[in-house]
Design a binder for this molecule. Structure first.
Ligand SMILES: N[C@@H](CCC(=O)N[C@@H](CS)C(=O)NCC(=O)O)C(=O)O
Length: 210
């Protein structure tokens, strides 16, 4: 099994955490996003969206989209669960994960930033745009956890929600977001980072880290 990623890709990071939590071994292939590696013709054959991650399984078949990969891992390796609990709780975990994966991350993604720059938007304006998108989105995420007891997003063990949160907080800091008032999110991040599967998935622990 090969995970195609990049050390600082928050979407690939989600999958690295899932693999580590479930104890599933994978080789890693790295594609330098700042150098356009995701658009190389060989990689476009693996993921026609020219995005990481992509998971190539042993028969050569490929699964794209980080949350689809995480759900496939969940179904093939149920323990420990990324979507624990009864159906309502599982729905809430998915809603939180999707708030990040669908409504924050794609709007601040590299591709969008590059397109804005190509249209003449300045670097400072692009950074401000990403900061605003992430700040507004994470403030809503904090409220989504209002009735929780922690220490993780949804209880006493990490779930798909935490897999999305930790990388997005990293991006939030890169773009200068104000996070100090997001107490529930920060507490969940602290709980996650104390776990070896999360620590081993961090960007600075990846072989292609710069
Ligand atoms: N929805 C996709 C998003 C994938 C994605 O946007 N990946 C980013 C890195 S985090 C990427 O490959 N960006 C390259 C680009 O924007 O050109 C997923 O969850 O897998």
């Amino acid at each position: 099994m090969i995970l195609h990623g990049y050390y600082r890709s928050t979407a690939a990071w989600r999958v690295r955490i899932a693999l580590n939590l479930k104890g599933v071994a994978a080789e890693h292939a790295f594609h330098h996003l700042r150098h356009g590696g995701q658009r190389a013709s060989a990689y476009a054959l693996i993921n026609p969206q020219c995005l990481v991650p992509a998971l190539e399984v042993d028969n050569g078949a490929v699964l794209t989209q980080s949350l689809a990969i995480c759900e496939w891992l969940e179904e093939t390796h149920p323990d420990p669960p990324l979507l624990p609990g009864e159906t309502w709780q599982r729905g809430r975990i998915r809603a939180f994960a999707l708030a990040i994966a669908c409504d924050i991350h794609p709007v601040q993604n590299l591709k969008v930033q590059e397109r804005l720059r190509a249209l003449g938007v300045t670097d400072a304006e692009v950074t401000g745009w990403a900061r605003w998108v992430i700040q507004e989105g994470l403030e809503a995420c904090e409220t989504l956890l209002a009735d929780g007891s922690g220490p993780f997003c949804f209880g006493t063990a990490p779930t798909l929600a935490d897999l999305c949160l930790v990388p997005q907080l990293y991006n939030a800091r890169r773009f200068g977001c104000e996070l100090s008032h997001l107490a529930r999110l920060l507490a969940a991040e602290t709980a996650c980072n104390a776990l070896a599967p999360f620590a081993a998935a961090a960007p600075d622990r990846q072989p292609d880290a710069e």
